[in-house]
Write a protein of this length. Structure first.
Length: 306
């Protein structure tokens, strides 16, 4: 009898993996995401988003959908309830946001080079590098997975399937534990995360070895996590900064100094395509660099308020 119950339990678990018990967005039976929820997630073109106020160093961000209703439910089901089958549709939505960001970046790079020799179109310079923002180690232990990394892997697969060379570089690490962000406002979140992330030793070489670089996450609220990830990636991607700081900086205690846009004011030259957008221009050769998320707070979609 005990063996029979165990067998039925294993069969139920296997069936739930193949045929999910309910839609991750609305709860409809036997669907990973029902047609209505898929439309909410990816039915509209991804859009440029920005929180208000925007934290220093936040790159240009594109999101697939507002964080509300079915989209919010699907992200929480994947992140907190282990509905891992949702990584596929969430990754497809993220891939759409990545494409939107790259189109804008590449268009900006071509416009910056118009009329003169320059970096031109960055698409031939290597695979698109997706760098996921890491979850806290304790959260990964509790959940049993890293949601952003899992969605990034699905997004990279979708990009490759549709003709864009892409790979995931999970090189960001937390240097120390941070406070729970849920009760903090935008300014407090920036302070809480200041200096919290670093690129693992050797990661800087990998970051400089590809083409366009896209920070990815499942959700953007205040933008503090993406801004901190941007700071860490830029510091590790700049040869001058890396040679001075060295790998010993990884894992140190929290620094009192938070260079929100490290390296950008010193106009270092490096190999790679020209940075498009707010950090480009001036004849400085930079990597195409942007960010993409599955969802962002509805208010951040009001980009035209500026």
């Amino acid at each position: 009898m005990s063996g029979s119950r165990t067998l039925r339990g294993w069969w139920t678990d296997l069936t739930d993996l193949v045929l999910p018990a309910e839609c991750g967005g609305c709860g409809r039976a036997r669907a990973v995401l029902c047609p209505r929820c898929r439309t909410a997630l990816g039915g509209a073109p991804p859009r440029r988003v920005r929180p208000e106020p925007a934290p220093p160093g936040l790159p240009e961000v594109h999101a697939a959908a507002p964080y509300a209703d079915e989209v919010r439910a699907a992200l929480l089901a994947h992140k907190e309830r282990g509905a891992l089958s949702l990584a596929g549709p969430l990754g497809t939505a993220l891939a759409g946001a990545v494409r939107a960001g790259l189109r804008e970046a590449w268009t900006g790079a071509r416009d910056a080079d118009a009329g003169g020799a320059g970096a031109g179109d960055a698409r031939g310079r290597g695979p698109v590098l997706l760098v996921p923002v890491p979850s806290a180690r304790r959260a990964v232990r509790t959940r049993g997975h890293d949601p952003a990394r899992r969605i990034a892997l699905a997004a990279a697969g979708e990009l490759r399937r549709t003709g864009t060379s892409a790979r995931v570089l999970a090189v960001l690490r937390q240097r120390y534990a941070v406070a729970d962000q849920s009760g903090l406002d935008a300014r407090q979140r920036v302070a809480n995360l200041a200096g919290a992330l670093a690129v693992a030793p050797g990661g800087g070489v990998l970051l400089r070895g590809g083409g366009a670089l896209v920070l990815v996450d499942d959700l953007m609220t205040t933008g503090a996590s993406l801004a901190e990830a941007s700071r860490a990636v830029r510091a590790a991607s700049a040869p001058a900064v890396e040679s001075r700081a060295g790998p010993a900086t990884y894992g140190r205690a929290k620094s009192a100094v938070y260079p929100a846009e490290a390296g950008e004011g010193r106009e270092e030259r490096k190999t790679g395509p020209r940075m498009a957008g707010r950090y480009g221009g001036g004849g400085v050769i930079r990597e195409v660099f942007c960010a993409a998320v599955v969802a962002a707070s509805p208010d951040s979609f009001e980009i035209n308020r500026n």
